[in-house]
Write a protein that binds this ligand. Structure first.
Ligand SMILES: Nc1nc2c(ncn2[C@@H]2O[C@H](COP(=O)(O)OP(=O)(O)OP(=O)(O)O)[C@@H](O)[C@H]2O)c(=O)[nH]1
Ligand SMILES: [Mg+2]
Length: 301
């Protein structure tokens, strides 16, 4: 993609438990929002590539769904997608929430990582909300398992330590041509990104009122003659009783979700956006193969 003979390019897998801050970190490294973020665990559902540039180096970051003990089909597909994101990576970053004192939940992840040949970097995140002492102890304990080649302390939220991490990641990337054009920041289509932005608002505005079993599907995405974009999406929920929560009084909640998503999309796409949201109840959406394909997830038995 470039004639510069000094270019480097490589893949960095960003792994970790749900809610560790992986997507926030990928956004910070890319320098703009490519992945949605929420206080709810299991926000990221499929692998997404964020593309960062550091001098003449292109760093391809695989943001992945959180690693946890999967129960349902969607969970299994997400955890599979996470480990697949690490295939043939030039480095694996394990992002750990520095605020969490107990680290035993990480044991299964550490064990799976132990057998892998890739370079492993431990990232203790959320240093803005963690005291130094426990952080250092945690770093020592985790690094002591002998799996990590290096340790970084960052706040993906404030950006603290992110520039240093980025420089180091760039150094680790092998020489080679860039895989993506200079101005590309992610591998997601605008159509899919638009659905993700709506899902983020759904999580943000409904918090725990809405259980995690909802999704946003693309219906249509068309460019109007005047340059604006017309987007239709379906908010799929699993139970009829959730409809009232999503709609709100007189439809006010849905309106507010659509308004916030539209504003953000307008900024991201740099053009006027007409967003139409439809709510659909489908008890069995988690068993709908087509939805997995839309999300880029593999159908698991
Ligand atoms: N205080 C603080 N909060 C952070 C930091 N990084 C992320 N967060 C918050 O942690 C929550 C989870 O962040 P995400 O980036 O969605 O986490 P994730 O690891 O991608 O989560 P999943 O996609 O669900 O696996 C959000 O509320 C973020 O704002 C940080 O450095 N400091
Ligand atoms: Mg995420």
């Amino acid at each position: 993609m470039t004639d510069n003979p000094d270019t480097r390019c490589g893949l960095v897998a960003v792994l970790g438990a749900p809610n560790a801050g992986k997507s926030t970190l990928v956004n910070a490294l890319v320098g703009q929002k490519v992945a949605i973020v929420s206080a709810k665990a299991q926000t990221t559902r499929a692998r997404l590539l964020g593309i960062a540039l550091e001098g003449s180096t292109q760093i391809i970051l695989a943001d992945t769904p959180g690693l946890f003990a999967p129960r349902r089909r969607l969970d299994r597909a997400m955890v599979n997608a996470a480990w697949e994101g690490a295939q043939e990576a030039d480095a694996i970053c394990l992002v750990v929430d520095g605020r969490k004192k107990k680290k035993d939940y990480l044991q299964p992840i550490l064990e799976s990582l132990a057998g892998r040949p890739e370079r492993k970097i431990l990232i203790l995140n959320k240093v803005d909300e963690t005291a130094k002492e426990p952080l250092l102890i945690a770093a020592q304990e985790l690094a002591g398992e002998g799996q990590f080649d290096e340790v970084f302390f960052v706040s993906a939220l404030t950006g603290d330590g992110v520039a240093e991490l980025k420089t180091r990641l760039a150094d680790l990337m092998p020489a080679g041509p860039w895989h993506y054009p200079e101005d590309q920041v992610s591998d997601a289509s605008e159509r899919l990104l638009a659905c993700e932005i709506t899902r983020e608002q759904l999580y943000r505005q409904l918090h725990d009122e809405l259980p995690y079993d909802s999704t946003v599907r693309p219906e249509s995405y068309t460019h109007r003659k005047d340059g604006s974009v017309e987007i239709h999406q379906q908010i799929v929920i699993a139970r009829d009783s959730q409809k009232g929560i999503v709609l709100g009084k007189g439809g006010s909640k849905l309106k507010s979700i659509g308004e916030a998503a539209r504003k953000e999309l307008t900024d991201l796409l740099g053009t006027r956006v007409h967003l139409f949201l439809h709510v659909k109840v489908d008890e069995k959406w988690e068993d709908d193969k087509e939805i997995y394909e839309e999300l880029g997830l593999e159908w698991v038995k």
